[in-house]
Design a protein around this ligand. Structure first.
Ligand code: IPM
Ligand code: MG
Length: 377
């Protein structure tokens, strides 16, 4: 028990202490090792300004882990991730590992991480930045103002359903099988995340399925519809996935929040990202019920430009901002990073993927320098 005189002292100690966080870094493959340090430098800079500190531990995943240990997700990596406050992942995969058996492919490591941390909710924003409208392949009037959040179910559906595999039939033919399955509880928990996300955004939720053909989609639609009773302020609509793909390209501004299953979400989130013309700018968050989330750029490992100082680090940096906001509860630091990204774009700095006429082409390192300068200002 504290005695009277020591109480104010402890009280002061508490407030004088810098908040500490443990972050696991998973650089992975390709451009990953080039872009992760940019995000780390940004976090360290704002940490000093907002009085918090992160300890970073780097672990192996994907091809890098296969080369070092034979497994795309060593047990040690999952253990380190579970012990941290948040995980920052870059990207996995590359030509080198494409022809290995499935259990040894980089993608299997990523799926294992999602399953191991139970990251059932994947939030993928597709927001068009005014500075980059001309980088979109779509007309300005179609994409100007686009601000969509795709909420993708990440640990179920056809990615994980059983049975799965390549089997031999009675006639000696081979038969490849995957199973698209969702239980009520799996649908309900992602639907609730989506409704809550929509409440914080424009109040509109579009659920995407294939209920005209698939039973699993009929259950999906029934559950999402039933839960609308708990979120009366959210305007719910439904689209079949083929129509949703078409509408995303035709008139993307009709969408606010989209919720969908694992496979449809994989495809539609890429389409939504490309509306912005700059997949190299988009962050994402993968969250579970409890435990650390994973924050990563939407883009891949870009093996074709790896090691050439050409990568765009800004999606990784914006993923760090998402992590600061959602996992570490440092919204001011997150806003500071986001503002610095806008500043470097306003100054005309562009990596190759977002380059347009009249702007200044820079590499990953120069982009990083410009960003840190904007953060120090
Ligand atoms: C994604 C990727 C992954 C997926 C691959 C790399 C396994 O495309 O995160 O969208 O299909 O989920
Ligand atoms: Mg994908």
């Amino acid at each position: 028990m504290l005695v009277g005189s020591s109480l104010p002292f402890h009280f002061l100690m508490y407030f004088a202490m810098t908040q500490q966080y443990r972050i696991t870094l998973l650089p992975g493959d390709g451009i990953g090792p080039e872009i992760i340090p940019v995000a780390v430098a940004a976090i360290e800079t704002v940490g000093k300004q907002f009085d918090f500190a992160c300890s970073f531990e780097t672990a192996l995943i994907g091809g890098a882990a296969i080369d070092a240990t034979g497994s795309p997700l060593p047990d040690e990596t999952l253990t380190i991730c579970k012990q941290s406050d948040a995980v920052m992942l870059a990207a996995i995969g590359g030509y080198k590992w494409d022809n290995l058996p499935r259990e040894q492919r980089p993608e299997t490591g990523l799926l294992g991480l999602r399953a191991g941390l139970e990251l059932f909710a994947n939030l993928r924003p597709a927001t068009i930045l005014p500075q980059l409208i001309d980088a979109s392949t779509l007309k300005r009037e179609v994409v100007e103002g686009v601000d969509i959040m795709v909420v993708r179910e990440l640990t179920g559906g056809v990615y994980f359903g059983q049975p799965k595999g390549i089997f031999t039939t009675e006639t000696g033919e081979q038969r490849g099988v995957n199973t698209m399955a969702y239980t009520t509880s799996e649908i309900d928990r992602i639907a609730r995340v989506a409704y809550e996300t929509a409440q914080k955004r424009g109040g509109k939720l579009c659920s995407v399925d294939k209920a005209n053909v698939l039973d699993v989609s009929q259950l999906w639609r029934d559950r999402v519809t039933a839960l609308n009773a708990d979120y009366g302020d959210v305007e719910l609509s439904h689209l079949y996935v083929d129509n949703a793909a078409m509408q995303l390209i035709r008139a993307p501004k009709q969408f606010d929040t989209i919720v969908t299953g694992n496979l449809f979400g994989d495809i539609l989130s890429d389409a939504a990202a490309m509306l912005t013309g700059s997949i190299g700018m988009l962050p994402s968050a993968s969250l579970g019920a409890d435990g650390p989330g994973v924050y990563e750029p939407v883009h891949g490992s870009a093996p074709d430009i790896a090691g050439q100082d050409k990568a765009n680090p800004l999606a990784q940096v914006l993923s760090a901002a998402m992590m600061l906001r959602y996992a570490l509860n440092q919204p001011a630091a997150a806003s500071k990073i986001e503002a610095a990204v806008m500043t470097v774009l306003d100054r005309g700095f562009r990596t190759g993927d977002i380059m347009s006429e009249g702007q200044t082409l820079v590499g990953c390192k120069a982009m990083s320098d410009a960003l840190l300068e904007a953060l120090e200002a």
